[in-house]
Ligand binder design. Structure first.
Ligand code: B3K
Ligand code: ZN
Length: 861
């Protein structure tokens, strides 16, 4: 809710219910680019058709464009401007409309539209960047066939790329060359892409399931070529996986990827020409960590999968964003599960959801996966739309089962190929293919907020009953909620036998309160619930004495076993935060038995032994004090580190085999090594400093080097400074690694980190114009509660300041940093007041973008 003062200043909100089909369609478009970083001329030739019966003029969106010429059917046209939009009255039902504009890519610091990045020219159009290139009905339900001519100076821009197939090319006398490309698939303008620059390609081919050969290219600057192999392998794996798993084949003769250094987010699925943030392409063992390698595979797959879930079937309007994003995240998650360890992947997915989406869903920016209104759509590329959206698709598959789900997906792609559709169309396809009524399930699309499920198992005379109660909390604009459909995978584990006394079954919780009977349960049983994290909810189970400790060792579902360890840790941490004497014995025992287990793999152990994050603990509390949470969590870490120093050191030293292998096993061992080193650092800091320094010096991979550096940066002191200096000297010519250097320092959980980040803000390598660098400093800092939530408010001031400065350059990226300040409601009053002041300061800044305005005003409201 906006208060009256803010409402007056507010830019208009767009409402989902106001959707109207486009007045004019544009079946074909011809574009002509004369590229020049300082002044690019763009000529557009649109064939337009009246859509339905109406007498409204043609309205073409623009953003910072001035028409140099406007012609209708070859004759100069009478046009007018409505703010940034171009209005062209048309009397006939069909016309050819030509426009000409000049744009300046090198001054485009927003990185939306056509912009310059390190000598390249490239585009980003989703969601509304195409209107910064040419006048056009910039909405995803206008699909056009594109023919694009690009000309540029040949020595500066020897490679010219755009969507589709090259059909012609040539050279002119003045040193320019040109190419013409045609994309046979009609597409919305947000999928348009163009790249020009001095690039080289890692080339390969892929033969599709019907035997067509596709030319693959990953385009980078020459020196980066050796670091493209992993991304290429991921691309081929993803192409084969989509054929195997969804029956989806690639449709063009070529598929190109380009890596650029300045990019607002991860990557972009432009038809046949994906453009990537270089951090999700470039990797070798010297410069990229295991986490980077995994993220590269996931993002390459994600963008590739969009070719069907997003491009062939696209969104009708931006409220439907989760139609393509939720589905595509679910597809990339399934791919990662199939390529690696499903249990560990699932744990990582849930950690991300809890770290990013649960807080969003519980705060002032909460929105359903299909929002009802927005001021700036760029603000809705959220963890809710993406990650909760993926959970919703996963629940559908759980409810339908894999075969009916696949049938539904087939029907969806077949029915809607070439169309711009809604989330409702997707659910309808699933419903029609399966025959299962999904009426109530649709509430997941319209209701925000993370449901809480209370569970209690009752047992008498050989029978058991599971009592369930659900509560969907109120969220902004949605004070009351209806019960959701919550698919819970449940099993009962015998307290004596440790076996499943009731095998796993799917319980569909559909009522506010519900009881599920279990027959023939002849021994006291423990409740294993939400196995595999079958629903994105918070479970509050009543536990018997010893139950959670037992499940932490014996649960037959690996995700639920991980959960049991987390629940146990959270229980004891919360009790201590609430003022009780810290009693870490159960946590120590759980860590010990997890480490000692013979059946668990190292990556699982690494995840399971970590204490819940400070943010996750804080989410369970009202009016929390971050210093107290940090201190209690540290006490527990220290207790574990001291009690298990021997075991931890053994695991640390034993986990060194295959230091450079990228097998799941080897990556898992490195992860476990990092987790144990963290505990050693808590139990015996000076010993850990020694070990970490040695690891840092002897490291053969970035994984080892970076994890050692993080421990040293946390401990501080001369060893830390020496390592940071050495790291900088070694990698100063690798921007992606220098991002890590900034990130490690900004996320050190230390009281003096604020001094470090203030100093780093003035470092010659710091710049507000590169989103990766900005995220490395401001994003890492704001995600480190103990450093950020200082009682004196300096952390908030630092962030507010950087948001205001970045907003003048790149509003979309600046707006991403506002959310941490919106968590003030969950904090104790002194910090809450200071966070509000920081938000007020942001709102008072002159010339604020609507991006930041929306986030800051809603956060305050
Ligand atoms: N579709 C793009 C995201 C575009 C973000 C625009 N603000 C990348 C992706 O989700 O695949
Ligand atoms: Zn996506």
């Amino acid at each position: 809710m906006l208060d009256a003062r803010l409402a007056l200043a507010a830019p208009p909100a767009i409402q989902r219910r106001d959707y109207r089909p486009p007045d004019w369609l544009v079946p074909t478009i011809e574009l002509d680019f004369e590229l020049d970083p300082a002044r690019t001329i763009v000529r557009a030739r649109l064939s337009v058709e009246r859509n339905g019966t109406h007498d409204r003029p043609l309205r073409l969106d623009g953003d910072e464009l001035t028409p140099l010429a406007v012609r209708v059917d070859g004759a100069e046209a009478a046009f007018s401007m409505d703010g940034p939009a171009l209005i062209v009255p048309l009397s006939a039902d069909r016309a050819v409309v030509e426009t000409e504009v000049a744009i300046c890519p090198e001054k485009n610091s927003q990185l939306m539209g056509l912009y310059a990045s390190g000598g390249l020219l490239c585009t980003q159009c989703e969601a509304e960047g195409f209107r910064r290139i040419t006048f056009f009905p910039d909405r995803p339900d206008v699909l056009s066939r594109y023919r694009v001519r690009v000309s540029a100076d040949k020595s500066r821009f020897p490679v010219l790329l755009a969507n589709g197939n090259p059909v012609d090319s040539g050279e002119a006398e003045n040193g320019t060359h040109w190419t013409v490309l045609e994309d046979p698939f009609p597409k919305p303008c947000y999928l348009f892409a163009l790249v020009a620059g001095d690039l080289v390609a890692n080339r390969d081919t892929f033969t599709t399931m019907s035997g067509r050969e596709v030319e693959l290219g990953i385009w980078v600057r020459e020196g980066d070529l050796p670091r493209t192999g992993h991304a290429m392998q991921a691309l081929k794996d993803a192409m084969a996986w989509d054929e195997r798993t969804y029956g989806r084949e690639y449709d063009l003769d070529r598929f190109n990827i380009v890596a650029v250094a300045d990019f607002n987010f991860g990557a972009m699925e432009n038809k046949g020409l994906n453009i990537f943030n270089s951090r999700y392409i470039l990797a070798d063992q010297e410069t990229a960590s295991d986490a980077d390698f995994d993220a590269i595979a996931a993002v390459v797959a994600h963008e590739y999968f969009h070719n069907w879930s997003g491009n062939r079937v696209t969104c009708r309007d931006w409220f439907q964003l989760s139609l393509k994003e939720g589905l595509t995240v679910f597809r990339d998650q399934s791919f990662s599960e199939d390529m690696g360890s499903p249990a560990v992947e699932r744990i990582d997915q849930v950690r991300t959801l809890r770290a990013a989406q649960f807080p969003e869903d519980a705060g002032p920016l909460a929105h359903p996966i299909r929002p009802d209104s927005y001021i700036e759509i760029a603000n809705f590329y959220t963890a809710t739309v993406y990650n909760k959206g993926a959970e919703v698709i996963r629940m559908l598959r759980t409810i339908l089962g894999p075969d009916l789900y696949r049938k539904g997906a087939d029907l969806y792609f077949e029915r809607h190929d070439g169309q711009a559709v809604t989330c409702e169309d997707f659910v309808k396809a699933m419903e029609d293919a399966s025959g299962i009524d999904l009426t109530q399930f649709r509430l997941w699309y319209s209701q925000a907020g993370t449901p809480t499920v209370k569970a209690r198992l009752e047992q008498h005379h050989g029978k058991a009953a599971l009592h369930l109660q659900q509560l969907v909390p109120p969220t902004p604009g949605q004070p009351t909620k209806q019960p959701a459909v919550i698919p819970l995978k449940v099993a009962l584990i015998g307290a004596r036998s440790g076996r499943e006394v009731a095998p796993e079954r799917l319980v569909l919780l559909t009522e506010g309160e519900q009881c599920e009977p279990f027959a023939a349960v002849h021994e006291p049983a423990y409740l294993s619930i939400n196995r595999g994290f079958s629903a994105p909810v918070i479970i509050q189970a009543e536990r018997r004495a010893g139950e959670i400790e037992a499940l932490a060792i014996a649960d037959t579902d690996s995700f639920a076993r991980y959960e049991a360890v987390q629940e146990l840790m959270l229980r004891d941490l919360l009790a201590a935060v609430a003022g009780g004497e810290p009693s870490p014995q159960a946590v120590i025992a759980a860590v010990r038995s997890t480490l000692a287990s013979n059946e668990l793999d190292p990556a699982f152990k690494a995840d399971a032994v970590l204490l819940p994050s400070e943010t996750f603990i804080a989410e369970r509390l009202e009016g929390s004090d971050p210093d107290r949470i940090h201190a209690v969590r540290d006490q527990f870490r220290e207790a574990v580190g001291k009690a298990l120093l021997g075991e931890l050191t053994d695991h640390y030293t034993a986990s060194t085999a295959d230091p450079t292998s990228l097998s799941g096993e080897a990556k898992g061992r490195r992860r476990l090594r990092a987790a144990t080193l963290g505990y050693i650092a808590a139990g015996d800091p000076s010993r850990a400093a020694e070990i970490a320094s040695r690891q840092f010096e002897e490291a053969q991979t970035m994984t080892e080097r970076q994890s050692a550096l993080a421990v040293l940066a946390m401990l501080g002191g001369p060893e830390a400074q020496a390592a940071l200096d050495a790291f900088y000297a070694r990698f100063k010519h690798h921007p992606l690694v220098i991002d890590k250097w900034f990130g490690v320092q900004a996320s050190a959980p230390r009281a003096d980190t604020i001094d470090t980040v203030e100093r780093l803000g003035g470092h010659p390598d710091f710049t507000l114009t590169n989103p990766n660098r900005l995220r490395a400093l401001a994003g890492s800092f704001a995600a480190t509660p103990f450093a950020f939530h200082r009682p004196d408010g300096r952390g908030y001031d630092f962030l507010a300041d950087i948001i205001v400065r970045a907003d003048a350059i790149n509003p979309q990226t600046a707006a991403r940093f506002v959310a941490p300040l919106g968590r003030w409601r969950k904090l104790e009053p002194v910090r809450a007041a200071k966070m509000r002041e920081a938000l007020e300061r942001i709102l008072a800044a002159p010339g604020l973008s609507k991006d930041v305005f929306e986030q800051a005003s809603k956060s305050l409201g």
